[in-house]
Ligand binder design. Structure first.
Ligand SMILES: Nc1ncnc2c1ncn2[C@@H]1O[C@H](COP(=O)(O)OP(=O)(O)O)[C@@H](O)[C@H]1O
Ligand SMILES: O=c1ccn([C@H]2C[C@H](O)[C@@H](COP(=O)(O)O)O2)c(=O)[nH]1
Length: 228
């Protein structure tokens, strides 16, 4: 249930818990990072609802988007926007919540990439932007810290091939380079879109063992920074 809080719709009856969003390119290691933190009892981990994007009432909008972005980009991104909003508004039992990406990166990175690369008609971009602006003006979507897993597109391409998700076999290196550039403009150069929260950058090209060590080292910093 939603109620009104400071003029915006907000989740009812929930004590406000710190929200940490893990951001990064496709196959940068976000899910692996979340798996690490899910072992901590005071953190509730919410992964991206990719299963829903691959199967909505028997349809696969993720596969359709990669096959024909011009036609299906708006279909996928409308559903991504809805499912991410649902996650932002879901109840939390643990003291901290850690989510994979956000409604903000769906718009600022993926919608923007489709539009900028000429793969989304202007009218589709306008409709998605109207929806996004309405949601963010009328619904309270608190984010307290963004953790950016900063990778090179080449490393992501290697990890993507290794993961071998069927829909993603068509993704070329150039696609990951565009997503990387948009992330850098948003979270590092800070020249494109507003930041919903402070950003902690974790270099993430390293092997798994070193990454897990870095996560352990950063655990207290992440939890403290999200509590402001
Ligand atoms: N530091 C790492 N070094 C090598 N492979 C990794 C590393 N982190 C994750 N992987 C592997 O790369 C692939 C993508 O990782 P994943 O966590 O699913 O990325 P994301 O959730 O960002 O898409 C998976 O096969 C995963 O096992
Ligand atoms: O808004 C979005 C968010 C994600 N995607 C795509 C990109 C990937 O193919 C999958 C899942 O991303 P991961 O980085 O592996 O978690 O969904 C999209 O097209 N639009």
């Amino acid at each position: 249930m939603l109620s009104s809080f400071q003029g915006k719709l907000a989740r009812n009856g929930d004590e406000r818990k710190p929200v940490i969003c893990i951001e990064g390119n496709i196959a940068s290691g976000k899910t692996t990072c979340l798996e690490f933190f899910s072992k901590t009892s005071d953190i509730e981990v919410l992964t991206e609802p990719v299963a829903k994007w691959r199967n909505v009432r028997g349809h696969n909008p993720l596969a359709l988007m990669y096959q024909d972005p011009q036609r299906w980009g708006i279909t996928l991104q409308t559903y991504v926007q809805l499912t991410m909003l649902d996650i932002h508004l879901s109840a939390t039992s643990a003291p901290f919540r850690m989510m994979e990406r956000s409604i903000f990166s769906a718009k600022y990175i993926f919608v923007e990439n489709l539009f900028k690369s000429g793969k989304m008609p202007e009218v589709d971009y306008a409709v998605l932007s109207e929806w996004f602006d309405w949601i963010t003006s009328n619904v309270s979507i608190p984010v307290d810290l963004i953790v950016y897993l900063q990778t090179s597109p080449q490393v992501c391409h290697e990890r993507l091939k290794q993961r071998c998700r069927e829909e993603e076999k068509v993704i070329p290196l150039e696609y990951l380079e565009s997503i990387h550039q948009l992330y850098e403009d948003w979270l590092i150069k800070r020249t494109s879109f507003p930041l919903p929260a402070p950003v902690l950058v974790i270099p993430a090209d390293h092997d798994l063992q070193k990454m897990l060590h870095q996560y352990e080292e950063n655990r207290d910093k992440i939890l403290a920074a999200s509590q402001v």
